[in-house]
Design a protein around this ligand. Structure first.
Ligand code: SF4
Ligand code: SF4
Length: 223
């Protein structure tokens, strides 16, 4: 899922001065799962914003709404009744939801209430670990289902780097497992170590973030 975390309240409030009616909009999907942007968080953030704005002499009305998904236009339509008189929105959806909302309600500004961090899995309550950087050219088939792009500090496609600690942790971050050691261990456990003997060629990263905005088109699904 996509994970995000709250921005500092002061940073959000700094954007809201001068607005008269503010909608705090949540999303009941990924950001709700990571306890950053669901209904509960919307109802926690709204009074904090009211208080912080009042302390600065701004008597803005703060209303709330949580959509099933902010990244899908059809769900956004359900927000229209709530938009009456709203002259600014704080969205605590992921960056995709914030932009989709912003496009739909332009020229009403939609400000981010969260920092979207990555694609992660919940390892245990309160701990989310990044598993994918959406690199556009998945190598999980060659790396036994463990992602070196997201989970190696150097995104090495031929690893390990040689700095793996004796306890199996990454040389860059002692709290994190060296993912290349994990890849080797999994290959060995499956009796397929020889699959790692080849050298991955130099990678073309243009399918990743380095090639400008990515757009995926499925002709069979187009209207
Ligand atoms: S190789 Fe790329 S697409 Fe596959 S899991 Fe890693 S970052 Fe995601
Ligand atoms: S120790 Fe392992 S995870 Fe860390 S940078 Fe080197 S290869 Fe990557």
């Amino acid at each position: 899922m996509i994970i995000a975390e709250w921005k500092p309240i002061a940073e959000v409030v700094a954007r809201l001065k001068g607005h008269r009616k503010i909608l705090v909009a949540g999303c009941a999907t990924c950001v709700a799962e990571c306890a950053a942007g669901g209904e509960r968080e919307v109802e926690s953030l709204a009074p904090l914003l009211r208080m912080a704005l009042a302390q600065q002499g701004c008597a803005a009305e703060v209303v709330t709404a949580t959509l099933e998904r902010q990244c899908e236009p059809e769900f956004i339509e359900t927000l229209f009744p709530k938009m009456e008189g709203v002259d600014a929105v704080v969205s605590i959806a992921c960056g995709i939801g914030i932009q989709t909302l912003g496009d739909r309600f332009d020229p009403v500004p939609v400000y981010p209430g969260v920092n979207t961090t990555s694609l992660a899995v919940r390892e245990q309550p309160g701990v989310w670990a990044v598993r994918c950087e959406a690199c556009g050219n998945c190598v999980l088939g060659e790396t036994f289902g463990l992602c070196p792009v997201a989970r190696c500090a150097k995104s090495l496609l031929n690893g390990p780097c040689g700095g793996t600690r004796e306890n199996g942790k990454c040389e860059v971050n002692p709290d994190v497992d060296c993912i290349w050691l994990k890849i080797y261990e999994r290959a060995m456990a499956r009796g397929k170590l020889e699959a790692l003997l080849g050298v991955q060629p130099t990678r073309n990263w243009s399918n990743s973030r380095h090639g400008g905005q990515k757009v995926m088109i499925r002709e069979d699904l187009r209207a």
